[in-house]
Write a new protein. Structure first.
Length: 134
């Protein structure tokens, strides 16, 4: 108070300066690290080593907004689902090429995974046409 500024006001200015300038600079400087850590956490989540709530909590602590958190979680879930479906479709393709399953079984299997029937039939025809050429 020797300068005529109350302690509370001085503290408020210091807090404002920190949050406005230093805090933002720190946020920008650590953006790459936060994104890398978020990616690692999302991988851990899709492998089943974290619950959705644990993941949300960790991502919020990294200063992602609730909307960003939900978007990242949804993207990870969809990417993992696509990966698993691709592996299953590749396995079905291999079985059909080897003649270990019929085209009808192939189509039924893909439809049971959620593929549209017209796409499954087209895919089976393409595979069988390739096998006949060989």
């Amino acid at each position: 108070t020797r300068l005529g500024i109350r302690y509370e006001r001085c503290t408020a200015y210091a807090d404002y300066y920190w949050s406005k300038y230093i805090g933002e600079e720190f946020y920008v400087m650590t953006k790459d690290e936060r994104n890398a850590l978020a990616s690692a956490l999302l991988k851990k989540y899709v492998l089943g080593f974290m619950t959705p709530d644990e993941l949300r909590s960790e991502l919020l602590r990294l200063r992602f907004t609730p909307e960003e958190v939900e978007l990242r979680i949804r993207r990870a879930e969809v990417e993992d689902e696509v990966k698993m479906l691709s592996e299953l479709v590749a396995e079905a393709d291999t079985l059909l090429k080897r003649g270990e399953i019929s085209a009808d079984m192939y189509v039924s299997w893909l439809v049971s995974l959620g593929m549209r029937e017209d796409r499954a039939v087209l895919r089976a025809r393409k595979i069988l046409a390739t096998v006949k050429k060989s």
